[in-house]
Design a protein around this ligand. Structure first.
Ligand SMILES: [Zn+2]
Length: 404
């Protein structure tokens, strides 16, 4: 996305969600903000995610092809072998940030070993391999885009688009995700944590990579500034959040990212009896005057828009003022009666228990805009299915409201 301010867009829209699935979880109007897939046979949108029931399902490799003039990735080490090892350590640490979140089924054992390839353009959507590339050109590197992630999901259970991967188990299953960093641009360089202090004009490699890995695992963007899934990168020479430590390996993440990951990858062992993060707040965002919605076209045959779509709804700790999680509100879907209804619904799930919350509703009118959550919006509907629908425009014309 083109940056709307001086900030630099971390990545382009989730490109090419090549739908390839049924069943699965019952989606409500949730977010944090996630990307979805609607089955080829129709139905409710299913969140995109890996099948963590299978150990090692997230295969990983990276291309050691690195441009040298200009140098895209800066390291403290100068020896070629040591340089590769330093970059590889950053990649491993960035994956570990996500698998360190408690209360999810995304575990270190969900990841395969990190392999290497020397192929320059190894980020191909047709191979079923999850690859990170630092030296592959793409037309999606428009102005300001530092990196982007392409995700292929299944829209048909049992589909096996890649010969080496197992048949898909559910709709929305991620089958291939590739991360591309902007190459060959002397004004855009990435530095490992060891090299960042001496290269204050470079972007922090790990801040960008952890964000892109969020997309790889199924996230869209968050409107929360502190979230790693906020669409804009921290300024050159700085990093997002805190560095991971042995005690807090997920320190770069914000609570919003953690809550979103627990929603996306619920742990079947504790989901029913979650006494730590089992909180849930549901509601609807509706205009004070329903006439405000008049003029919005029906989004599917016979269904009017009955609530505000695209509001950012935040759960704020009433005592500390801390933002715990935020979702993109505005829809619900009944599996017995798809498609999505644009009724203003939201649900904030997996909230920490034992805290008082305030709900804060705000329009996505900048710096994060509708364009930044395009994937999360467009993937709610499909037009080529028995129950077609079209998302209404994201509403930004309403004023703030605080509900105790
Ligand atoms: Zn992004």
């Amino acid at each position: 996305m083109v940056p709307t301010s001086k900030k630099t867009a971390r990545c382009a829209a989730l490109a090419a969600v090549l739908a390839l699935l049924l069943g699965g979880l019952q989606p409500a109007a949730q977010g944090y903000v996630l990307n979805y897939t609607v089955a080829a046979s129709g139905g409710c949108p299913q969140p995109n995610r890996f099948n963590t029931a299978m150990a090692g399902i997230v295969d990983r490799r990276w291309s050691t092809s690195l441009s040298s003039s200009p140098q895209t990735v800066l390291t403290a080490a100068t020896d070629p072998t040591a340089r590769l090892n330093e970059i590889e350590q950053s990649i491993l640490r960035s994956f570990a940030v996500w698998t360190a979140v408690s209360g999810t089924s995304l575990m270190p054992t969900s990841l395969g070993p990190l392999g290497r390839t020397t192929t320059q353009s190894a980020c191909q959507l047709q191979d079923g391999l999850n690859t990170i590339c630092f030296n592959q050109s793409s037309s999606l590197f428009t102005g300001g885009v530092l990196a982007f992630t392409r995700v292929v999901t299944s829209d048909l259970v049992g589909e096996q688009p890649f010969p080496n991967s197992p048949p898909s188990s559910f709709v929305g299953e991620i089958l291939d995700a590739d991360i591309l960093f902007r190459p060959n641009d002397s004004s855009v360089r990435f530095a490992t944590p060891a090299a960042l202090p001496a290269n204050s004009s470079a972007f922090d490699l790990e801040s960008v990579l952890i964000h892109e890995l969020g997309h790889l695992f199924g996230f869209s963007h968050s409107g929360i500034w502190r979230a790693i899934m906020f669409p804009f990168a921290p300024p050159p020479g700085t990093f997002a959040g805190e560095r991971p430590t042995e005690q807090r390996p997920d320190a770069p993440l914000a609570d919003d990212d953690r809550v979103g990951l627990r929603v996306l990858y619920p742990n079947p062992a504790d989901i029913r009896l979650d006494t730590v993060n089992g909180g849930e707040i549901r509601g609807r965002v509706v205009p004070a005057n329903p006439i405000a919605l008049a003029g919005l076209a029906e989004t599917s045959p016979g269904r009017a828009v009955t609530g505000i779509f695209g509001a950012h709804v935040l759960a704020v700790d009433a005592d500390t003022g801390e933002i715990v999680a935020g979702v993109l509100a505005g829809w619900s879907c009944d599996p017995a009666s798809p498609p999505v209804r644009f009724d203003g619904s939201f649900v904030l799930e997996r909230l920490p228990l034992g805290r008082n919350y305030k709900i804060y509703v705000e329009p996505l009118d900048g710096p994060v805009s509708a364009a930044n959550v395009q994937g999360g919006v467009q993937s709610l509907c499909r037009s080529d299915v028995p129950q077609p629908c079209t998302p209404p425009p994201v509403s930004t014309r309403f004023t703030l409201l605080v509900v105790p």
